[in-house]
Write a protein that binds this ligand. Structure first.
Ligand code: FMN
Length: 248
């Protein structure tokens, strides 16, 4: 197994996988790590759909256009989940407050599901497996994916994770420096423009010279283009369809 340091510092997204199965012991470790994720109130407001059936993976690929979903060995969909607590509340005749209709209720589910995904990433990467988070599993066709995977009311997809035996080792992507990420004691008050421009240049250089497909993309325009695309997502409608209706 890789050390914690190597697992965390050498991690990069892997989008091409061998046609090889993940061993049961590796899968068990990934499941155990997911289950031991810290969660809000220990409420465990998340569930994971482990999709290993090839036909279902192909359907998910067709809905999202993300090839990794059909070529990976296991595709895990991390969901916010209030169905479980609602079910036990009914059985124990405890009145269920409308927490799912609050912004914090939605955030709690997203945080729990996201942390669970990171547990899976770390466990899988420590076993030498390759991973790639897939946000399009949330945004591309939320209603159709909810129907395909039979998500009940109170459950919505937060993010997918493709896992498989890596067929590629991408270059590590440069990340923002410590001065932009870690603020000491309070949010830095000086002008950070030059640090941001330096990072933007580093990404442009990386995109120009990385192995595989190169591009002239800088960081800022590329990310802001994504935001433009994301402005068209109908996430509130998708949340409402799953029983989350944020009211003030
Ligand atoms: C929440 C989330 C959603 C993501 N969605 C996608 C996706 O839909 N497709 C994809 O190819 N990569 C996706 N990624 C991977 C990012 O593009 C990748 O993490 C980022 O470019 C940094 O590269 P690195 O992981 O190699 O460090 C996603 C990552 C996160 C954390």
């Amino acid at each position: 197994m890789k050390s914690v340091k190597e697992t965390l510092l050498e991690r990069r997204s892997t989008r091409r996988y061998e046609r090889q199965h993940i061993s049961q012991s590796h899968l068990n470790l990934i499941y155990a790590a997911i289950r031991n994720t810290p969660t809000s109130y220990n409420g465990q407001q998340f569930s994971v759909i482990d999709v290993s059936d090839q036909e279902t993976k192909i359907k998910l690929y067709e809905l999202t256009n993300q090839k990794q979903i059909k070529t990976c060995n296991h595709f895990l969909l991390f969901c916010a989940d209030y169905n479980k607590i609602t079910t036990i509340a009914k059985a124990k005749e405890i009145e269920m407050p409308h927490f799912v209709h609050t912004a914090d209720g939605v955030m709690v589910g997203i945080i729990d599901a996201s942390l669970a995904m990171m547990s899976a990433v770390v466990a899988a990467e420590s076993c030498g497996l390759g991973t790639c988070c897939i946000g399009y599993a949330r945004t591309a066709a939320p209603e159709k994916i909810a129907q395909l995977l039979k998500l009940p009311q109170g459950v919505f997809a937060v993010c997918g994770l493709a896992i498989g035996v890596p067929r590629e080792v991408n270059d590590l992507k440069p990340k923002q420096g410590k001065e932009l990420v870690i603020h000491n004691n309070y949010y830095r008050t000086d002008d950070m423009t030059s640090d941001l421009l330096e990072y933007d240049n580093r990404i442009t250089q990386y995109n120009n010279t990385r192995s595989g497909t190169t591009s002239n993309n800088d960081w800022a325009s590329h990310i802001i283009d994504y935001y433009h695309e994301a402005m068209n997502y109908k996430m509130l409608d998708a949340l409402r369809a799953q029983g989350f209706d944020i009211i003030k």
